[in-house]
Design a protein around this ligand. Structure first.
Ligand code: IPE
Ligand code: IPE
Ligand code: MG
Length: 233
């Protein structure tokens, strides 16, 4: 029997290459990527996954051409506007994780609106990582802890992260055949199982998502200990 991870995080990568392979502008890849995102969010809700965290825009992605950044922000606006009703209907609780101070006011308002409206929902906990960087998150947490004069134990420190009320990912998926973390959830992925897929994000499907869960089910998680059977022997 397949058991479901509690939390799956995804580095949704490969939109640009998907577009390039079709001689389309990069934005076409991002648009198609949004479609793939919608399908995976629906699927995750349907199978009863408790937590899904998606890497949408990194602190380093500001280095991209301004036109691409504007297109990505426009797509985000479109996603939030067109999906709010559907997410609420499906009992999804949405959180947006990352820096807020570099986002435009109308986007912040939309985010706050849907976070507030969905805060009591009990279905899928969907987190979208936007202007998110693992190092920035850690430094922000350290500085807040210092300001509060708090001793920095592992537990106390975790409470200062953007993910303070979200468990660590059990499974981290990266698409598009890249084998790196790219500043995603550095603290939280300490013992996550990793799954790399060659599929470009716009082509990612519910079946491939389920393959990742199947693979996760074959893993033995030891957390630095030893095999459970061995420890009983
Ligand atoms: C992921 O796709 C989306 C974002 C990082 C915003 P990319 O845009 O990185 O696509 P590739 O890696 O260039 O193919
Ligand atoms: C990681 O993808 C960030 C997101 C998916 C949002 P990138 O495309 O930015 O990562 P690198 O530059 O290939 O490492
Ligand atoms: Mg990329």
């Amino acid at each position: 029997m397949t058991s479901l991870p509690n939390h799956i995080a995804i580095i949704m990568d490969g939109n640009g290459r998907w577009a390039k392979a079709r001689r389309l502008p990069r934005t076409a890849g991002h648009k198609k990527g949004v479609e793939a995102t919608k399908k995976i969010v629906t699927h995750a809700g349907e199978i009863g996954l408790p937590y899904l965290t998606l890497y949408a825009f990194s602190t380093e992605n500001w280095a991209r051409p301004v036109d691409e950044i504007n297109d990505l922000m426009a797509l985000l606006r479109f996603y939030l506007k067109s999906e709010t009703a559907e997410l609420l209907k499906n009992n999804v609780r949405l959180r947006v994780i990352g820096r807020r101070d570099r986002l435009s006011k109308d986007i912040i308002d939309m985010i706050e609106n849907i976070e507030e409206k969905s805060k009591d929902n009990t279905g899928l906990n969907l987190s979208i990582c936007l202007d998110y960087g693992g190092r920035e998150e850690i430094l922000n947490a350290v500085n807040t802890a210092i300001k509060n004069g708090h001793a920095v134990t592992e537990e106390a420190f975790s409470q200062y992260l953007y993910t303070f009320d979200i468990p660590d990912p059990d499974l981290l998926i990266r698409t598009s055949g890249e084998y790196r973390i790219s500043n995603f959830l550095l603290w939280q992925c300490t013992y996550s199982e990793l799954y790399f897929s060659d599929i470009l994000w716009p082509d990612f499907t519910a079946d491939e998502f389920d393959n990742a869960i199947q693979s996760y089910n074959q893993r033995e998680r030891r957390f630095g200990g030893i095999d459970k059977k061995e420890s009983k022997a």
